[in-house]
Design a protein around this ligand. Sequence first.
Ligand SMILES: CC(=O)SCCNC(=O)CCNC(=O)[C@H](O)C(C)(C)COP(=O)(O)OP(=O)(O)OC[C@H]1O[C@@H](n2cnc3c(N)ncnc32)[C@H](O)[C@@H]1OP(=O)(O)O
Ligand SMILES: O=C([O-])CC(=O)C(=O)O
Length: 379
Amino acid sequence: MSIVCEFKPGLEGIPASQSSISYVDGQQGVLEYRGIPIEKLATHSTFLETTYLLIWGQLPTTAELAAFEQEIRYHRRIKYRIRDMMKCFPESGHPMDALQASAAALGLFYSRRALDNPEYIRAAVVRLVAKIPTMVAAFQMIRKGNDPIQPRDDLDYAANFLYMLNEREPDPLAAKAFDVSLTLHAEHTMNASTFSARVTASTLTDPYAVIASAVGTLGGPLHGGANEEVISMLEEIGSVGNVRAYVERCIQEKSKIMGFGHRVYKVKDPRAIILQDLAEQLFAKFGSDKYYDIALELERVVEEKFAHKGIYPNVDFYSGLVYRKIGIPTDLYTPVFAIARVAGWLAHWKEQLAENRIFRPTQVYMGNHDMPYIPIEER
Ligand SMILES: CC(=O)SCCNC(=O)CCNC(=O)[C@H](O)C(C)(C)COP(=O)(O)OP(=O)(O)OC[C@H]1O[C@@H](n2cnc3c(N)ncnc32)[C@H](O)[C@@H]1OP(=O)(O)O
Ligand SMILES: O=C([O-])CC(=O)C(=O)O
């Protein structure tokens, strides 16, 4: 019996799972993790506390959080074989490709699958949350010709990453802004990379393969890769006076304006509002950014031209301006997004395992039937 159902390109509006991890109301601009509004988490929580919330379903007690933070600290280091492997990567390679390969390589060391054992799940969560930032920072050091910087146990998660990246302790405001940005990027319902993670998880493969497949999906310019593209676009526009002509050219050529539009949000992304505020706090302390005025004008002109289509800044629009002020190189913006989204991917991995059925959708076949086989000499 064949079931006839309507094909929806990009599976728009089709539920791919039941989930209690996060919630988005795209008309009202609401995002909640486990029912808690993102604004509250950005103000009161930390990335590691939020990670715990996403993965284990409730906010940790003081003791639970301390134990989790301690485990993460303990597992931050990466094996020398992983560092040596990274030294063989071409310096010109994109850091997202380096991260995908390195995440997959973790499976070589820890691939024993005990997916029904909560201790195995916790160990995999801890290793991935702890080691992904170390791998991102290590590739940055290695491609500059330096040895990776060892993590520092006296620094918290965000400050330690910035330290490993720049070889100096970050300013407290920069570290705080980075931590908030990680919280904002940690999870977002059934986006492309999370869907990819859940499909991979549903085959009961190891969690390192799950994360590697999600990293590969996040990198595309229509998804997490847009944060890097936004800065290239602001560079190309060059001045406030060029903004209108740039938008008009995009309309004429039917090309996408990076950092705008979203499958779910039809208003300004609530995370973009918080990121813009973070950027302004950083500018107030460390001086403004010449691209900020261009970004503001771009937002104004896009709203004028596209409000009827519900196209507003998404999470990728202002994040790059925050990262630039913190001193993160442009091609690390998407790996930094991945550091955060690992939390959401792992929450979905765990949720998928709890009620697993392998993903195996169908297709609408558009080809021919019963075609003749034409011998090669007659073609
Ligand atoms: C973390 C994240 O992944 S956030 C998203 C990051 N991606 C970007 O910023 C890239 C730019 N944005 C886009 O490409 C899209 O808005 C996406 C991929 C985010 C969402 O795509 P979809 O839901 O498939 O929307 P779709 O591409 O069908 O666009 C719907 C309409 O809005 C227009 N539109 C959507 N986004 C944009 C944009 N950024 N610039 C110009 N027009 C746009 C489309 O041209 C289309 O117009 P039409 O109906 O007249 O043909
Ligand atoms: O939800 C989406 O489609 C894209 C995404 O990951 C996000 O906005 O964080």
